[in-house]
Ligand binder design. Structure first.
Ligand SMILES: Cc1ncc(COP(=O)(O)O)c(C=O)c1O
Length: 484
């Protein structure tokens, strides 16, 4: 195989083509940048290849610092920044081939599709895989298309409060609050009826013991009975599918109780409504030693709540843009060329990165590491909770940790100001915490924005995990002093 030997531009020039910006570049950038850019840090490089630490430059002060990233950059970098194994596999792939048209195929696509079919849980095992080069929204749209094709007369997709499924024109509407704050008319409002999700810490039926991601032992799941009415005929048109994150990530780390998922499966199977799980955040060992949350329920609770279709993004591409959807092979329909393709949907680079990342996680047992480090952090947080009234609820598992900040543990009143201050203070103390998305009404009023996320790369060491807990307390103390 040939090595990279540039022909037109020197190796030196090419190796710094996207590195090292100066003040002038930054000023011009501010003028020209149209899409999101609101943080004052420029991410420069991994502290070391594969590290959860990153070197950043502060735009205002011009100073460099090293930060431990508990956001994995939109929860993507499960194996840290610039992972050497992934990068090696990708650079070898790049020597062979960098692009294949949508209808073509490549060894990377064949291997990736087969691997996902092998890893998928329950009724999805040996299923049919769709890949895209964009991410979660595109994977979910593919699932919705397939449910509309395969459903007899279904036209609508039932969605839940607090959900987030992406930012395309269709996914904005499928997601809970976003269309209330867009300056354009949402598409497809008639397609996505929305119902309340089970939210055990803030139960609409006033059960009080729904803590740490578990439902109140006394609860009779009235919330499901409400949704059941929609499943069995209350929507304005027939449902093709129900779309849900089995553990809502962006909306505030809110799990659907496994018993709820069991009931949902039973009714949906009876009513011939497909279930689409969005495991974009919870998949790829983010929640611990299992590939998906659904697999955890299968192995630990002995229940099969696997859906008809499941969607992935984030870590599935090993840090490269990739989305995937797997459908049960019982759904016999496949897409026609006109129903689904994009120019770059069949990208061997991302597929190779995805394959390498899965192999590394399996071989190094990073899923187990995620489980252990998650337990370590959650245990410390629960100890802190005894001393700090403002720590409301702590929800895992694995390194999928969300902490609800409240005014006090009795009222559970959301403490959005504290959450915001903690994010800013974290940056000052060289740790990046993540926020939940704001919980809004359809008129754009923010009801809650109070959850801090700790979701570092799953490769973090025991020492990094201790550092995260120490910093969490330091940051909390400093923030409380500031806002009091
Ligand atoms: C749960 C969930 N679903 C879907 C998406 C959309 O993925 P993408 O931004 O890749 O379209 C996201 C992204 O944050 C997500 O967190």
């Amino acid at each position: 195989m040939v090595d990279f030997n540039p022909k037109i531009i020197s190796k030196e020039e090419l190796s710094s083509i996207s590195a090292g910006v100066n003040e002038e570049d930054l000023l011009l950038f501010e003028e020209h940048c149209l899409n999101v850019h609101y943080e004052s840090n420029v991410f420069i490089e991994a502290k070391e290849p594969g590290s959860p630490w990153v070197v950043v430059k502060n735009l205002k002060s011009g100073e460099f610092s090293e930060m431990l990233d508990c956001t994995s950059q939109n929860w993507v970098l499960a194996l840290g920044f610039a992972n050497p194994d992934i990068n090696y596999a990708v650079s070898e792939q790049m020597k062979r081939l960098t692009h294949v048209k949508s209808s073509g195929t490549s060894p990377a696509r064949i291997k990736f599709v087969n691997k996902l079919a092998e890893l998928a849980p329950g009724r999805l095992k040996d299923g049919r895989v769709h890949v895209n080069n964009s991410g979660g929204g595109a994977a979910i749209e593919a699932a919705i298309k397939l449910s509309l094709i395969a459903s007899k007369e279904g036209e609508q997709i039932l969605t839940f409060q607090g959900a987030y499924h992406g930012n395309s024109l269709a996914m904005i509407t499928a997601s809970h609050p976003i269309h209330s704050v867009t300056r354009f008319r949402p598409f497809g409002l008639d397609v996505f009826p929305r119902v309340p999700q089970p939210y055990c810490y803030r139960c609409l039926w006033n059960y009080k013991e729904g803590l740490y991601g578990h439902k109140d032992p006394q609860c009779s799941m009235e919330c499901f009975e409400l949704v059941n009415k929609y499943l069995t005929g209350l929507t304005s048109r027939r449902l093709a599918a129900v779309l849900l994150e089995p553990y809502q990530g962006p909306g505030g780390h809110i799990p659907f109780p496994p018993e709820y998922l069991e009931k949902l499966k039973e009714i949906c199977d009876d009513e011939k409504i497909f279930r689409i799980y969005d495991e974009c955040q919870t998949g790829v060992w983010r929640t611990g030693k299992y590939f998906t949350l659904t697999e955890r329920y299968e192995k630990e609770l002995n229940i099969d709540v696997s859906p008809d279709m499941m969607c992935f993004t984030k870590a599935i591409g090993g840090g490269f843009p990739l989305g995937a959807m797997i459908a049960s092979k019982k759904i016999r329909k496949r897409f026609s060329p006109s129903e689904d393709h994009t120019t770059f949907c069949n990208t061997p680079i991302s597929l190779t990165a995805g394959l390498a990342s899965i192999k590394v996680i399996e071989k190094a047992k990073y899923g187990e590491n995620c489980e252990e480090r998650g337990k370590q952090i959650t245990k410390r947080l629960k100890e802190l909770q005894e001393n700090y009234e403002v720590i409301g609820d702590i929800r895992g598992p694995g390194l999928f940790i969300g902490i609800e900040m409240v005014k006090d543990q009795t009222s559970r009143e959301p403490h959005s100001e504290l959450m915001n201050e903690m994010l800013a203070e974290g940056m000052r103390q060289n740790i990046l915490f993540g926020p939940s998305m704001p919980y809004m009404t359809t008129t754009g009023k923010i009801l809650m924005h109070n959850l801090i996320k700790i979701k570092p790369p799953i490769v973090i060491s025991k020492e990094d995990a201790e550092y995260i807990c120490d910093k969490f307390e330091d940051v909390l103390k400093a923030s409380l002093n500031k806002i009091k």
